[in-house]
Design a protein around this ligand. Structure first.
Ligand code: SF4
Ligand code: SF4
Length: 258
């Protein structure tokens, strides 16, 4: 009898710091166990190299920043039955997308001796801006348990769980004391997508929104509690502009409620 074939998996890197690929490597023994259940055909950081292999599942880290990236992601999509974007770079453009609001050509001219040798797209964009993405894992970086949960679901033939809830839910499930309540310091947990396991509150620090904004944040309530703890100050009397007007309205409402 023919042995059942294992699903073929690839891990691809685009413009990124490699931190999300490290989440695979940091799985340690779990990675060895995973390698017995799937066939890792391309994962440059771990060894196997076959970037054009036909695969059942492709993990993609990083954003699309160069013409070569653009051509490569389309090729990967054609060769993959399912494509999963991992990390803030792949799902939102990442740190490198900060240049989207600047004059990139001017930066290149100022930084590089041979600007004509640098091939760069005008904007750094998430994977879903160019090809269909079957699932997105948010985080900077993503965590090993997030990756394992997705792979396990797919191996069982189930849809991966989209954990779009806020970090506070993980914080409570793990029985951490709320640093906002117990120490009176502001925390981004209520407006940040779960997935990190509430790492920062677990270390007695406040969440810094490294995962991603929640899909349905509750910013008003968060602004009120943060304002109560002093992280949002009333605008100074001489300040102007749209955001200042918004802050003034917020403070007027707050003073009325108080
Ligand atoms: S999401 Fe963060 S950790 Fe992952 S590749 Fe991008 S910068 Fe690195
Ligand atoms: S510490 Fe932060 S993440 Fe945890 S429950 Fe409090 S506000 Fe939410």
């Amino acid at each position: 009898m023919r042995a059942p074939t294992r699903p073929r998996v690839a891990v691809h890197k685009f413009s990124s710091c490699d931190g999300c690929q490290l989440a695979f490597l940091n799985l340690g023994e779990d990675l060895l166990a995973l390698a017995e259940r799937v066939e890792l055909v391309h994962f440059a950081e771990a060894g196997p190299l076959d970037p054009d292999a036909e695969v059942d599942l492709a993990f993609v880290e990083g954003s699309v920043s160069t013409p070569a990236d653009l051509e490569r992601i389309q090729r990967i999509r054609r060769h993959s039955r399912m494509l999963i974007a991992i990390g803030a770079c792949a799902t939102a453009g990442g740190i490198q997308a900060l240049r989207n609001g600047a004059d990139g050509a001017q930066w290149i001219a100022q930084i590089y001796g041979r600007p004509d040798a640098v091939a760069s797209l005008e904007r750094s964009t998430p994977i879903s801006s160019h090809v269909a993405v079957d699932f997105e894992l948010w985080g900077c970086p993503v965590s090993g348990p997030q990756i394992l949960a997705v792979v396990n679901s797919l191996l069982l033939g189930a849809a991966p769980r989209d954990d779009a809830d806020k970090v506070c839910t993980e914080c409570k499930r793990r029985n951490f004391a709320c640093v906002m309540v117990s120490r009176g310091i502001p925390c981004m947990g209520p407006v940040t997508r779960a997935g990190c396991g509430a790492l920062c509150p677990g270390l007695d620090a406040t969440a810094t929104a490294a995962t991603a904004p929640r899909k349905t944040p509750t910013p008003t309530r968060w602004r009120r509690s943060s304002a109560a703890r002093g992280s949002i100050r009333p605008p100074s009397p001489g300040a102007s502009g749209r955001s200042t007007a918004r802050r003034r309205r917020f403070w007027r409402r707050r003073t009325r409620q108080g």
